[in-house]
Write a protein that binds this ligand. Structure first.
Ligand code: ZN
Length: 345
């Protein structure tokens, strides 16, 4: 193996990313080296590209970005057991500690000392990635590298959607970005009755309708009260999945929930966000914040559902060679794309 590789680097503390040559990472005894085949561009990567206040305060420079990937193990550390060279894999990009109360209770996704690849540690937008063997998730043959590269955001969708029992329930999803659309597909797959997805972007609503069997609603044109009547729902939605981080969307969701409804929130509001708490109290609504994926229960569930017919492949709308990353980021920034996948082979 040549010990240099191509990598997409946050090389300067300003807008942009730069495709550079970097040393292939050296692995420790508990790590594996993965040859990266495909990667997905995430909203997080757009923040890092734009170098907004969050990115500037979080990401040290230089940093290889990216955390959504699929590839193949090419080297294993001397302590690594149960993984083989040549094995196809994706992996959890959150590197967790093992000493916190949460980790020791097996709730790895709640470890306060979590570090993220592509954010705090060198990332996956490269030909090779070092990852602790603990974080590796082997891919069955039926799951392609394209889907393997979007298991991280699909995991966000699955974690959010499975926060509450959806069987026979009426589900409202606010925000038809890729994660909202994939959550809609999951909600249908597990047996929800009505699944309504809202947005104000017609391209995203059209994509949602193509990918999942959902009712798309443009809330710039139709009121959710109207939709509740049109679908002959009794009172309102039983479960809400907030995926937009948009203040108006959260307000509409709380208005449209039934008594005792349950809301899982993955969308991140831009700042402090005023909410009519009296509505939440008098409707006896339960709200759950969702972060990342449950390690590794979400991974288990999503791979099992993919093996059992869950199809989210339509959410990938653009594919580019890694050298064409600028076009990939432009597609993401257009606001109308689904997932954008980069090819590193
Ligand atoms: Zn991501």
């Amino acid at each position: 193996m040549n010990n240099e590789m191509k990598a997409l680097v946050k090389a300067h503390a300003r807008e942009g990313l730069w495709l550079q040559t970097a040393p292939v990472p050296e692995i420790g005894p508990d790590d594996v080296l993965i040859r990266v085949n495909k990667t997905g561009i995430c909203g997080t990567d757009i923040h890092i590209w734009n170098w907004d206040a969050w990115a500037a305060g979080t990401v040290p420079v230089p940093m290889i970005t990216g955390h959504e990937f699929a590839g193949q193990i090419v080297e294993t550390g001397r302590n690594v057991e149960g993984l083989e060279i040549g094995q196809r894999c994706s992996g959890e990009g959150h590197l967790i500690g093992k000493t916190s109360r949460q980790s020791r209770a097996g709730k790895f996704h709640l470890d306060p000392a979590t570090r993220g690849i592509g954010v705090n540690e060198q990332g996956a937008f490269a030909q090779y990635l070092r990852l602790p063997a603990f974080n590796v998730v082997p891919l069955p043959d039926e799951i392609s590298d394209d889907i393997g590269a979007i298991l991280d955001p699909l995991g966000n969708a699955v974690h959010t959607a499975l926060s509450f029992d959806l069987i026979g329930e009426d589900v409202l999803i606010t925000g038809a970005g890729p994660i909202g659309i994939m959550a809609a597909a999951v909600a249908r797959h597990v047996g929800a009755r009505h699944v309504v997805i809202t947005d104000v972007n017609p391209d995203r609503l059209a994509l949602a309708e193509r990918v999942a069997d959902v009712v798309p609603v443009n809330v710039a044109q139709e009121d959710l009260g109207n939709v509740i009547a049109r679908l002959k729902m009794r009172q309102g939605f039983d479960v809400g999945l907030e995926m937009s981080g948009n203040q108006a969307a959260l307000d509409q969701m709380i208005e449209a929930m039934t008594m005792g409804g349950r809301i899982a929130m993955l969308g991140i509001p831009p700042g402090k966000s005023p909410v009519d708490w009296s509505r939440i109290v008098f409707k006896a609504i339960t709200i759950k914040g969702v972060y990342g994926r449950e390690i590794f229960e979400t991974w288990y569930k999503m791979i099992a559902m993919l093996e059992n017919g869950l199809d989210v492949s339509g959410v990938i709308t653009h594919r580019f060679k890694a050298d064409e990353f600028e076009a990939g980021f432009a597609a993401m920034k257009s606001g109308s794309s689904g997932k954008v996948v980069l090819d590193w082979t």
